[in-house]
Design a protein around this ligand. Structure first.
Ligand SMILES: C[S@@+](CC[C@H](N)C(=O)[O-])C[C@H]1O[C@@H](n2cnc3c(N)ncnc32)[C@H](O)[C@@H]1O
Length: 192
């Protein structure tokens, strides 16, 4: 199941009407979303806001959204800011989806990508930060398409944070740390 199918499933299930995508390249996902409000932010164009997500949230975002898809700059600190800003601009009952939460190999999650190869960056560490600190959120990652994280307001038992987020820790504790669910589980419990 691809990220776009997950987002479209959530839109159908919850009757969402507004969508924001951070990082739009190619419009592969954004181009499939048909809603009254579809906004895209990308400094390299292809969205209707040609700027970084920081600039967008700081001075151009004048509304909140039902679904926000985070797929911009794949670096820990930037993704953390994108999640925090998205939470501020999320409607009640809204959902954040974030791509690239489950790197398969260590090199996929390095802070610099290998040209022409899949790059997840250290997105997982931003997600993990919130798993360890935010008891007021419900979070899980669907094990498909490089790991699609889902975040909404709710509750969770926070994860015991280690001294440092390391690749070894991720590998050994991936399922619990990231709260990984299968596509079937996701389809089963994302009923309204
Ligand atoms: C992996 S691509 C997005 C792919 C697209 N979301 C999809 O589903 O196919 C990442 C995009 O993030 C954009 N980007 C990089 N830095 C950004 C930033 N600070 N804010 C927003 N977008 C950024 C890049 O220009 C690139 O187009």
């Amino acid at each position: 199941m691809e990220r776009s199918a997950i987002i479209k499933h959530l839109i159908r299930m919850y009757g969402f009407e507004s969508y924001l995508e951070i990082g739009v390249r190619g419009r592969e996902t954004l181009g499939q979303i048909e809603l009254p409000v579809v906004d895209g932010v990308d400094p390299n164009g292809q969205g209707n806001f040609t700027m970084t997500s920081d600039e967008f949230f700081e001075s151009h975002c004048s509304r909140s959204y039902d679904v926000i898809f985070i797929d911009g700059l794949h670096l820990h600190e930037q993704v953390l800011k994108d999640i925090e800003n998205s939470l501020t601009h999320l409607n009640d009952g809204g959902i954040i989806v974030m791509h690239d939460c489950l790197p398969e190999e260590e090199w996929h999650q390095l802070r610099e990508g290998v040209s022409g190869k899949p790059w997840n960056g250290d997105v997982w560490k931003a997600y993990a930060d919130l798993r360890a600190t935010r008891a007021d959120l419900t979070m899980y990652v669907i094990d498909t398409d490089w790991g699609c994280g889902v975040i909404k307001r709710g509750s969770q038992t926070t994860y015991q944070r280690p001294e440092e987020w390391t690749w070894d820790h991720f590998q050994q504790h991936r399922d619990e740390l990231m709260n990984v669910v299968t596509v079937e589980e996701f389809l089963g419990y994302s009923q309204p």
